[in-house]
Write a protein that binds this ligand. Sequence first.
Ligand SMILES: Nc1ncnc2c1ncn2[C@@H]1O[C@H](COP(=O)(O)OP(=O)(O)OP(=O)(O)O)[C@@H](O)[C@H]1O
Ligand SMILES: [Mg+2]
Length: 256
Amino acid sequence: MIFGRKGGPASAGEGTREISFSEVSVGVLDDTPTGDAYRPILTDVNVTVDEPTVAIIGANGSGKSTLLQLFNGLVTANSGQVFIDGLDPVVEAKQVRSRVGFVFTDPAAQLVMPTPLEDIELSLRKRVPKAERRGAALAVLEELGIAELADRSVYELSGGQRQLVALAAVLAVDPQILVLDEPTTLLDLRNKEKLRKLLTDLVARRGVRVIFSTHDLEFAELADRALVVDSGRIVHDSAPAEATQMYRELIMSDCS
Ligand SMILES: Nc1ncnc2c1ncn2[C@@H]1O[C@H](COP(=O)(O)OP(=O)(O)OP(=O)(O)O)[C@@H](O)[C@H]1O
Ligand SMILES: [Mg+2]
């Protein structure tokens, strides 16, 4: 396992260190000529996660992003229960949001300031005094090897550079749980390798738990565990090599 259980601290301290979904369903009401119709997006999701790294794989539109967004209350369940380290993301939204860092697939969804440095300073505003903020923001960019981007316009950055800046802005606030929605889509080989090393380090040294969705099956195979989502249901849950194999077979049987 690359991200690896080995060497990682067993516990962050007191309290439950477990993410659990019990009978969770999410759906929307669609307008139809005859009235509203409930369209399910996720159905009866039952899963408990306590591994350091978990990959979520599945076809476009299968429900991966929706599942990830339940982790920090961006999406709320229509029924069932979600607990993040014993906390309810709706009732205890503030505590959950301070524990869970969420990195969107599209960095434009979260970068709001003109430059990477300013964006990370914004992330740090509640935890670092103003006088120290610039230095701390630079240190975060340095950790990701992108300090040279500090004062560039975010609009001029490449997609991959923006994706790394978005990750830096989330890491700046030291999340205990890092949720990444397709983190490698825009990254070249070098940056993907950099991300792999960074996540390995976060898991091993800081005890961060990482949950990510991906279409990159090689990257998924680096996790400790993988879930396969199909039509809004978790249809497979195992070691990643077995899960990617099952997913390949699922797609092949659909295409034949
Ligand atoms: N806010 C919403 N309102 C209505 N339908 C939605 C909403 N969010 C997601 N959906 C629908 O739910 C289904 C699952 O979407 P989701 O984004 O979770 O898929 P995904 O597995 O992340 O797909 P991809 O691999 O393309 O990112 C899709 O059919 C999508 O159109
Ligand atoms: Mg998605």
